[in-house]
Design a protein around this ligand. Structure first.
Ligand code: FES
Length: 191
């Protein structure tokens, strides 16, 4: 009986694979963690490369601002009534101003900080919504912080009788500096 007990004890002592099994479980955990880290690093690298690739592609689509041509034809003088015409305000930011004997084109840009004033037909004035500058029907400032009248665009009568406007050439009036280009050739047309 004692011998049998001895034999059983020795069997128990020799058959103990438990510690190695625990070690392999740790190893698997570490391997899983390392795999997770590798995936994270790979995701970062691919993400970085992907963002750089998108930035590279972006160069093929520059943020170009397409502005209307500075030169445009506004038609015949007879197309306009006496007064202020707003037909080209949205497309070219100008007003056509016609008198009984003359026609000129006002650049619709406040000379204070560049806002677009509103034409107020009931009061016959231009009113700038930004800081309250006011201009008379000819674009001459009389109230608010605007330092000078609104500029006028270059105009020319074509062979067919229509009027060509060039916004790239402006005529200005600066009373305090003694400058007055409003009566220069191409600043105003007799009609
Ligand atoms: S921008 Fe017109 S008043 Fe200031």
């Amino acid at each position: 009986m004692t011998e049998q007990t001895k034999v059983d004890t020795s069997r128990t002592a020799t058959a103990q694979p438990a510690p190695p099994a625990a070690k392999s479980g740790d190893g698997q955990n570490k391997e899983a963690i390392n795999q997770g880290r590798r995936r994270l690093v790979l995701a970062c690298v691919w993400g970085y490369l992907g963002v750089n690739f998108l930035m590279f592609l972006r160069y093929f689509f520059p943020r170009t601002l397409f502005e209307p041509d500075t030169q445009f034809n506004i038609g015949y003088p007879s197309d306009f009534e006496v007064g202020v015409n707003q037909q080209f305000l949205q497309s070219h930011r100008v007003w056509v101003r016609k008198d009984p004997g003359s026609l000129f084109v006002i650049h619709a840009k406040c000379t204070h900080l560049g806002c677009t004033p509103d034409w107020e037909p009931t009061q016959n004035i231009f009113h700038c919504p930004c800081h309250g500058s006011e201009y008379d029907i000819d674009g001459i400032n009389f109230a608010g912080p605007a330092p000078r009248p609104m500029d006028r665009c270059w105009i020319s009568k074509q062979a067919d009788g229509t009027i060509l406007v060039n916004k790239a050439i402006l005529f200005l009036s600066e009373p305090y500096a003694g400058i007055d280009q409003f009566n220069d050739t191409h600043a105003i047309l007799p009609v």
